[in-house]
Design a binder for this molecule. Sequence first.
Ligand code: SF4
Length: 325
Amino acid sequence: MSLLEVKDLTTYYKILRGYVRAVEGVTFNVKKREALGLAGESGCGKTTIALSLLRILPSNGMIAEGEIVLDGQSILKLNEDKMRKNVRWKKISLVFQGAMNAMNPVHQVGEQITESIRIHEPHVSKKEAHERAEKLFELVGIEPSRLSNYPFEFSGGMRQRAMIAMAIACNPQLLIADEPGTALDVIVQAQVMKLLSQLKDKLNMSMIMITHDLSLIADTCEKTAIMYAGHIVEFGDTVSVFKENLHPYTNGLISAFPSIEGEQMQIISIPGSPPDLLDPPSGCRFHPRCQYAMEICRKERPPLLDVGKDHFVACHLVKTEEEKR
Ligand code: SF4
């Protein structure tokens, strides 16, 4: 059963030179207790999706079209007050890029966590909030006595764990982790990913993991969505997307990723660079970089087609194959 249904989500940013079409016609779902990995190059719209789901876009951002339904409730129909009181942190929570540097350096870590609990749940007493913070620290693997420390007394990994504790403090149904390993070394990054995955299972949450690191998605997510220039081009079961991908961009992205397993392979990069989303290419946005581009690719955007087994692909090649049958 789906916890989150996103249909035709379209988000733009207004700048002096026009509208940046950051996310356009994006459709996907996340089931209960499922982890979805959202992958793609920097600037492809991954973070914009996260900000749209929480409705915390910067002032020049706007959701122009689409529907976001969480647990049967349409998020876009709620007023700001309901969004703040009932949805953010309580139903959807976010661990954002560089979150570990977001703590106030002059306040104890515990104080910041208890305050955040009491902002979202004002009826909770200081004592109760402190007890909850202790339990949260145990959950994320930090000794509760460290609540009295200041952020500078924590390592980067511990600060990120503390931010995760803060994000799950109100038992959200959906946790969005946006590049949670940024600025951490690979070993600590792997520990943080493992922690997120364990918490998802322990607390029965769903999770959206946003990253450009495909190996993290392969390790932690049941589903994968590949984004290119504001569009989802392939979506499905992680094993199918990695092993039986049908979109040339997915294939290029996976071929461009180094692997330490199997035979030695040459890393093949995708030629060209992502388009300017102020004036994206017509039709399939990948066509200027695609070796299989056909006339139709320049004219028509390929729809996200169901190719079976919960696997969806937006490519005219796939449509052509279907029509051949
Ligand atoms: Fe390439 Fe055309 Fe498929 Fe786009 S739709 S990925 S240009 S073949």
